[in-house]
Design a protein around this ligand. Structure first.
Ligand code: 2AM
Length: 500
């Protein structure tokens, strides 16, 4: 028997919206759905008549709003940006004080801050929730990163905790095996209150930046195996499967193993070998990198991952350049086993640096935006459901449990020890990559980050001298307290005379 009013509503029935709606209904919540194009709503409702909670189709926003129990809760899952604003503008006149609008799209966090403020002024509550895990995650358990008013979150919490991915309380590993109508129950939900206004969408953006890094780092491991050892796709697939049983155990390593073993159904060649080497992007990695530049926080590895996609995109130019620009002829002739172990370690060390950068960004952003982020919990809710889910995140949670004010992940005893032990291998890989002409931008940038971060003295003394020389930008002295600025009266530059 359907309830007279639904527990929650959802606007936007593209694949993510449909899957999240079905996930919610599978947990016994009645959900009203609305889509701008009504045919999509009708089709969706007709195709899903037996969900445990029930799906109620509505044809107008008025009908949609009226169908919801108060205080109304409604999720918007439309394209980020203008479409989200258009839907909010349509909803606002129909809502009442205390109603809760939840944006589950990939919104820019500053948009979420703006929207939360505008709705709060009207007595409405707004939650910006990151939803990660792609279509599969939305259907059977995503990682959910909600930000907004705490009281509003408490109203949403039972639904968000029910539909989120679950991890085993003891091992921290994702609990899999959900099927339509039979969701996973029990376990620890991969959602927690992140913070006020845009905090959830900010943390989702950082998740995506880290995801860019993880993906590119795996690609570099692949490029090195191929370029230095000449391995074939299937062989590399087997190596990734092996790696997935260790500390690199993660969704991205697992799918990489599957991909490398996959044959192209048309040519019967390894699937990866027929895929064109140009990568697209939707912008969240760029947002992360732009934000790093804006805040002055070093996140070079994440930015390199974005640039790696950019350079991949100029395929024709690269093909032309490949005929003109020559690299070294040197080949690797050492032990295959030793090099594979070294690539493994280089990948793990680079990954640690990339995550260190992501967490540094969040650490600075919380000061900038007045949030109090719980880094251990953030790592915890990324253990299941999302694209970067990995055993390694447990190590991050443990690091922040040891020290919630940890300045940098690298300083945690576990990560410090790991990098100390593995760095010889990491350096060997970077040298070989350079000597043999295999590009490894994120591996190399991560090592430069590590070496810079552990340097008590960088060459910026010379840089600041240059600035003082040409622009009187002043400098601080090593023999004086910080914050005291000096300027040297430099001799007139003796520029070479240009012959007239
Ligand atoms: P549609 O099916 O009517 O195109 C992803 O594109 C989802 O966002 C779709 O459900 C789409 O609805 C919806 N959408 C895109 N722009 C929209 C807008 N301006 N107003 C309402 N929904 C929109």
């Amino acid at each position: 028997m359907p309830k007279s009013q639904s527990d929650i509503g959802l606007i936007g029935l593209a694949v993510m919206g449909q899957n999240l709606a079905l996930n919610i209904a599978d947990h016994g919540f009645q959900i009203s759905v609305y889509n701008r194009t009504t045919e999509k709503t009708d089709k969706f409702v007709a195709e899903n008549p037996h969900t445990p909670g029930g799906v109620v189709g509505t044809k107008t926003l008025e009908e949609f709003v009226k169908s919801l129990a108060k205080p109304r809760k409604m999720i918007i899952l439309v394209q980020a940006g203008k479409a989200t604003d258009a839907v909010i503008d349509g909803l606002v006149p129909l809502l009442e004080q205390g109603d809760i609008v939840i944006d589950g799209g990939n919104a820019l966090w500053t948009d979420t801050i703006r929207r939360e403020k505008a709705l709060a002024a009207k007595g409405l509550r707004f939650i910006g929730s990151g939803v990660s895990g792609g279509e599969e995650g939305a259907r059977f358990g995503p990682s959910l990163m909600p930000g907004g008013e705490l009281a509003a979150w408490k109203e949403l919490k039972p639904i968000w905790e029910a539909v989120a991915a679950k991890v085993d309380a003891k091992t921290g590993k994702p609990i899999m095996g959900a099927t339509p109508g039979h969701p996973v129950t029990g376990g620890v939900p991969c959602t927690t209150y992140i913070g006020a206004n845009g905090a959830g969408h900010y943390v989702k953006m950082i998740h995506n930046g880290i995801e860019y890094g993880d993906m590119q780092m795996i690609c570099e491991a692949y490029a090195l195996m191929k370029g230095l050892l000449g391995l074939k796709a299937a062989e590399m697939g087997a190596i990734f499967t092996e790696w997935n049983a260790g500390i690199l155990d993660s969704f991205l390593i697992e799918i990489t193993a599957d991909i490398l073993k996959q044959k192209d159904p048309v040519s019967k060649k390894p699937f990866v070998d027929i895929v064109l080497d140009t990568a697209g992007q939707k912008g969240t990695g760029k947002w992360t990198s732009t934000n790093a530049l804006d805040m002055g926080v070093p996140a070079p590895t994440i930015a390199e991952a974005v640039f790696a996609r950019c350079i991949s995109a100029i395929k024709e130019e690269r093909v032309a350049a490949s005929k003109i620009l020559k690299g070294p002829a040197k080949k690797y002739r050492g032990s295959k086993k030793a090099l594979l172990a070294a690539i493994h370690d280089a990948l793990y060390c680079s990954k640690i640096c990339s995550y260190a950068q992501g967490f540094q960004l969040m650490r600075t952003a919380q000061k900038e935006y007045g949030w109090t982020l719980n880094f251990g919990e953030i790592a915890q809710i990324w253990r299941g459901g999302c694209i970067i889910r990995a055993a390694f995140l447990q190590k991050i949670t443990e690091a922040y449990a040891r020290n919630p004010d940890l300045a940098n992940l690298l300083l945690d005893p576990y990560f410090n020890k790991t990098v100390k032990k593995a760095q010889e291998n990491w350096r060997k890989v970077i040298s070989l990559a350079a000597e043999c002409g295999v590009a490894a931008p994120t591996f190399s940038s991560a090592l430069a980050y590590y070496d810079s971060y552990r340097s008590a003295r960088l060459p910026a003394n010379l840089l600041q001298s240059q600035r003082d020389y040409f622009g009187a930008h002043t400098y601080e002295r090593t023999d004086q307290p910080r914050g005291k600025f000096f300027h040297l009266d430099w001799p007139e530059p003796t520029r070479p005379q240009i012959a007239s």
